[in-house]
Write a protein that binds this ligand. Structure first.
Ligand code: CP
Length: 307
């Protein structure tokens, strides 16, 4: 079945059907295997990053440039007229006249949805506060499939800051389409939000709650580590208490399944010890590289160049 993506916003992973997700993954694989250096010639991507980013912004920009398009935008809201008090709505309404597609990150939950109201150009949400990071989830799913050759019936542990971690929110919600057993590992104070747990229950996704992860390591196919996000804490003492709760080291990996792969949306702080990098289980650098292919697929799809 061919699905029309042309002109669509990608705001939340919940907006995508199973077929939508599989289409993105299929096109990403095609583009990874066979680059198309002129596909988006004469198209302009605006990258509007109101919050810091390395991977999301630069992989969107690389994706566009390697498809022959051009990029405008900013990596720091202080150099935009937002610093003079311009509303997000006005900024997007204007930039929608300069660009064919907009990738945006913003510290406020719901900002991407608000941006989509201001323009008919596709908005690709590169993260809105602690809410959603759907393009990260698509590259996570691409990477899970690349390493496990399936998306269903896996044991996946999501470890760390499940309260503020938008990547784990989106990834957990995507399991509605690809049922796996989720091991949710977090301290009490950083537990997965109730509305996402409710979604899992409503959709009969099997999950279990844990405060430690050492004992579940031998069961896992995917260990998805996350950073405790200092910038989201109002009480820095609480951050100091939790910041090193979960650290994986190479020594802890004896007895794990051969196919285990460790993922992380990055940046990491202390949660993956560098000794893990040289083990066959580390896959977070490849995961970040896959962001280019998945974002190429999204750009090509929403601009109506591939289907
Ligand atoms: N994974 C991710 O969102 O990384 P950046 O914050 O560097 O974009």
């Amino acid at each position: 079945m061919t699905i029309s993506f042309e002109g669509r916003d990608i705001i939340s992973i919940k907006d995508l059907t199973r077929d939508d997700i599989l289409t993105v993954l299929r096109i990403a694989k095609q583009l990874k295997e066979k680059p198309q250096p002129t596909l988006l010639k004469n198209h302009v991507l605006a990258t509007l990053f109101f919050e810091p980013s390395t991977r999301t912004r630069l992989s969107f920009e690389t994706a566009m440039k390697r498809l022959g398009g051009t990029v405008i935008g900013f990596a720091d809201a202080n150099v935009s007229s937002a610093s003079k008090g311009e509303t997000l709505y006005d900024s997007i309404r204007i930039i929608g006249n300069y660009a064919d597609v907009i990738a945006m990150r913003h510290p406020l939950e719901g900002a991407a949805r608000r941006a989509a109201e201001a323009t008919i150009k596709p908005i690709l949400n590169g993260g809105d506060g602690a809410n959603q990071h759907p393009t990260q989830t698509l590259l996570d799913l691409f990477t899970i499939h690349e390493t496990q050759h399936k998306l269903k019936n896996l044991h996946i542990a999501l470890v760390g800051d499940l309260k503020y971690g938008r990547t784990v929110h989106s990834l957990a919600q995507s399991m509605v389409h690809f049922p796996c057993h989720l091991h949710l590992v977090a301290p009490e104070s950083l537990a997965m939000p109730v509305h996402i747990v409710h979604d899992l229950k409503k959709n009969h996704i099997s999950f279990s709650l844990h405060h430690t992860f050492e004992n579940i390591l031998p069961k896992l196919d995917i260990l998805y580590m996350t950073r405790i996000q200092k910038e989201r804490f109002s009480d820095l003492l609480e951050y100091e208490r939790e910041k090193n709760t979960y650290v994986i080291t190479a020594a802890m990996l004896t007895g794990v399944k051969k196919n285990l792969r460790i993922l992380h949306p990055l940046p990491r702080v202390n949660e993956i010890h560098p000794s893990v990098d040289e083990t066959p289980y580390a896959y977070y650098f490849e995961q970040a590289e896959n962001g280019v292919f998945v974002r190429q697929a999204l750009l090509a799809l929403v601009l109506g160049k591939l289907s």
